[in-house]
Design a protein around this ligand. Structure first.
Ligand SMILES: N[C@@H](CCC(=O)N[C@@H](CS)C(=O)NCC(=O)O)C(=O)O
Length: 341
């Protein structure tokens, strides 16, 4: 009898393991492949990160990331459908399967990473929250904003940090919150609020939309940590790994000096790290359902992280943001990718 019980318990254990393996069964990559296109959850329009032009051509750091995913799967960076999502709707769209991946200046926080059935795959932009004001307001620190009205967007960490900052510093404020960034910026531009707050990168981007950008200034305080990154559902380890390694490939390529322009030449490199990255040695892509040249495809079509950064938000863009914390760890920044090994 005891033996029978033990066998039954062991059997149950196996069944549970099989059920959970089934729940964990990779399916996103298979779905994306059979659909022939990646559904990428994007911003509705944030310069430098994700924005469509009049012809529907999307550009930005987050957009490049999705193009990198499409490049590694299809060897074609154009196989992406960008689905614009407001701050409020973005996580539901990922949970429901409307998008395969969310790459939309979203801050990696504990609750988003643990309580929503989602997980963040990395940080493609280290940011922090700041304030913009009219120069004529005559203040030069956020600590002088007692009694100010502040325009911000609903469904963001911005809203929460704003409350923390004013409470922690015993300052009064009036929050004026909107569902979309357009409404928020328009309200600030028309004088409905004394200040506008969002991620510092967003301040650079949204400033371009103001009637007279030079009449405004950004205050020196950065009041939060905003690690922005891609997220996937947490029921597909293969897909999670694939998305995570797109970022790591772009960072490792930059670190190893592999660029869009020289990647073909680099196929002949005898450097073992470059060989493993580009798949001339080993088959590292296989474990996430990809080919040996998985990283070559990303660099060939999209470029390395530094190239994407400079083009979209850096010196070659309108935003002119310095690398700062987003420099590679070898250059004093925080961007660090585990090795291909
Ligand atoms: N990083 C913050 C803020 C992200 C956010 O949604 N920022 C606004 C202001 S820059 C935005 O991108 N809005 C565009 C939109 O709603 O389409 C978060 O994850 O909550």
């Amino acid at each position: 009898m005891k033996k029978f019980m033990a066998a039954a318990v062991a059997g149950l254990g196996l069944a549970l393991a099989a059920a959970s393996a089934q729940a964990q069964a990779p399916q996103t990559l298979a779905q994306v492949k059979s659909r022939g296109i990646l559904n990428c959850g994007s911003n509705t329009g944030l310069a430098g990160f994700g924005v469509p032009d009049g012809q529907g051509n999307w550009t930005g750091l987050d957009v490049d990331f999705c193009r990198g995913i499409a490049a590694t799967i299809f060897n074609d960076p154009t196989k992406v459908k960008f689905i614009p999502l407001s701050a409020k709707d973005r996580f539901t769209a990922l949970q429901s399967g409307e998008v395969d991946v969310l790459v939309r200046n979203s801050t990696w926080t504990m609750s988003r990473d643990t309580a929503l059935g989602l997980q963040f795959t990395g940080v493609n932009y280290y940011d922090g929250q700041g304030f913009m004001i009219r120069k004529k307001l005559g203040v030069n620190s956020a600590l002088q904003l007692n009694g100010a009205s502040v325009c911000t967007q609903q469904g963001t960490t911005t809203e929460l940090n704003l409350a923390d900052f004013f409470r922690a510093n015993n300052l009064k404020y009036e929050v004026v919150a909107f569902a979309t960034s357009d409404e928020t910026v328009k309200a600030y531009d028309s004088g409905r609020c004394d200040a506008f707050t969002t991620d510092a990168s967003g301040l650079y981007a949204e400033r371009l939309k103001l009637t007279a950008p030079d009449d405004h200034m950004v205050l020196p305080e950065i009041i939060s940590k905003e690690p922005l990154g891609p997220a996937t559902r947490n029921n597909d380890a293969q897909w999670f790994g694939l998305v995570k390694w797109v970022h790591n490939a772009m960072l490792n390529a930059e670190e190893l000096g592999v660029t869009k322009a020289n990647v073909d030449e680099m196929l002949k490199s005898s450097n073992p790290e470059i060989k493993r990255l580009l798949g001339t040695e080993g088959k590292f892509g296989e474990s996430v359902g990809l080919t040996a040249d998985w990283a070559y495809r990303i660099i060939k079509h999209v470029g390395n992280y530094g190239e994407s950064f400079e083009k979209n938000v850096g010196q070659a863009s309108l935003l002119k943001i310095a690398r700062g914390q987003n420099a590679l760890w070898t250059k004093g920044g925080l961007q660090y990718a585990p090795p291909v090994r």
